[in-house]
Design a protein around this ligand. Structure first.
Ligand SMILES: Cc1ncc(COP(=O)(O)O)c(C=O)c1O
Length: 392
């Protein structure tokens, strides 16, 4: 079977696909049709935080599939209730709504913010270089012109401030501002880390002005930054926390974790999602929390993340075209003075999967259970590849 030909003929051309046809994965490794083995240091675009085919995930999934896969959300079932309890216990006093993807959760956050604004306040400030997804609300919040241009007009009521610039944020605030939405580490935007001072000022200002703080942790959540949630680095309790990607470690799930003051406004019939928090995905996600705890993966993310950063600083000293190395935990980026995509392609040829984003940034987000040996192997390939490039 020629898989690539089938894609070309039958799949909508929305993705720049590359590389071989993959057939199986285990941990930080993938295999292609020809049996070649690849080291995956960007598993599932940040989704597969436990690596591929984790045995406890597989077990939870297959056991649950035999018991109960789906129920509609007008019925009670324990899997979703237990997961909601787990998320609240691990985050802050809140209530949880389950959806399927990051963008769908962002849509919910926009709706609930507008509900909170009671028709009088509806403007939402987001950050330049942000990424919140491709549906219309999420796209409107994504302050990157290129993504919106072909689909204009986008949703009204969105304003963009410069990331990490409190004065720029303040300038966008009007009496109609209901919320601010941001990633604490911009992922797709190039691994840009919010400063603690900036978040402190923003948090204090929003509290005073009754502006909701929505934190999009679709990418930074679930131990990625060596805390279960990145907002814990900032001692920040958001009004709405958005989780997805690692939350299901591969099954499609997202969650809106909603502060009590907003949660109490939401009544039956205002919002829904057919597949949201089904028994199957809820059971798996619950198991993900347990695995992170039992296998001490936050600690591993801390230790391996520090090691990875240290090794990348060494590479920065060696290659003058590496402008900056940034990262927290296992969310790491290398900003280059040259295009990053050809480097990504060259790594792929050498059987290493990383990511290229924002034209000049290489992004590395390994599974939380990555080993030092695996990192060493990946760094060796990366160094070999980088040595072929220079500033033009
Ligand atoms: C921070 C952030 N928010 C939202 C999204 C959108 O998620 P999804 O692709 O699941 O809709 C992404 C996707 O990469 C993301 O990184």
């Amino acid at each position: 079977m020629n898989t690539k030909k089938l894609f070309k003929e039958y799949s909508l051309n929305t993705y720049t696909r590359c590389g071989p046809v993959f057939v199986k994965g285990k941990g930080s490794w993938l295999w292609d049709q020809a049996g070649n083995k690849y080291l995956d240091l960007f598993p599932g675009w940040g989704v597969s935080i436990l690596g591929h085919a984790h045995s406890k995930v597989v077990e939870a999934m297959s056991k649950q599939a035999k018991k109960l896969i789906h129920l509609p959300n007008n019925l009670y079932f324990e899997e979703q209730a237990l997961l909601a309890e787990e998320i609240v216990k691990k985050s802050f006093p809140s209530k949880v709504f389950f959806a399927n993807s990051g963008a769908e959760a962002v849509e919910g956050a926009i709706k609930f913010s507008r509900l909170f604004g009671k028709g009088k306040k509806y403007e939402i400030i987001s950050m330049k270089n942000s990424f919140h997804g491709r549906t219309f609300g999420a796209l409107s919040a994504t302050a990157q012109e290129a993504y919106k241009k072909p689909f204009k007009p986008v949703l009204p009521g969105f304003k963009a401030a410069k990331f990490n610039d409190f004065e720029s944020f303040k300038k966008q605030v009007t009496p109609k501002t209901v919320a601010v939405i941001l990633e604490l580490i911009q992922g797709e935007g190039g691994v840009n880390i919010a400063s603690k001072e900036y978040i402190r000022k923003l948090k204090d200002f929003c509290k005073k002005k009754k502006i909701l703080v929505i934190i999009d942790e679709v990418q930074t959540g679930m131990g990625r930054t060596a805390k279960l949630f990145c907002c814990q680095h900032y001692h920040l309790i958001p009004d709405i926390l958005i989780l997805s990607k690692g939350l299901g470690a591969g099954v499609p799930i997202s969650a809106l974790v909603i502060n009590k003051k907003i949660a109490d406004l939401i009544k039956p019939g205002m919002h829904a999602s057919t597949f949201g928090g089904s028994p199957l995905v809820s059971k798996v996600s619950y198991q993900v929390f347990k695995i992170i705890e039992e296998d001490k993966l936050i600690e591993n993310a801390q230790e391996k993340g520090s090691y990875l950063l240290k090794r990348l600083y060494d590479l920065r000293n060696k290659f003058s075209f590496i402008k900056e190395v940034r990262g927290i935990g296992l969310m790491v980026g290398l900003e280059l003075k040259i295009d990053s995509y050809p480097i990504f392609l060259e790594c792929l040829k050498k059987k290493l999967l990383i990511n290229s984003t924002h034209k000049k940034v290489l992004r590395i987000m390994p599974a939380l259970n990555v080993t030092r040996l695996e990192l060493d192997k990946g760094l060796k390939i990366l160094e070999e590849v980088l040595s072929k490039f220079k500033v033009k």
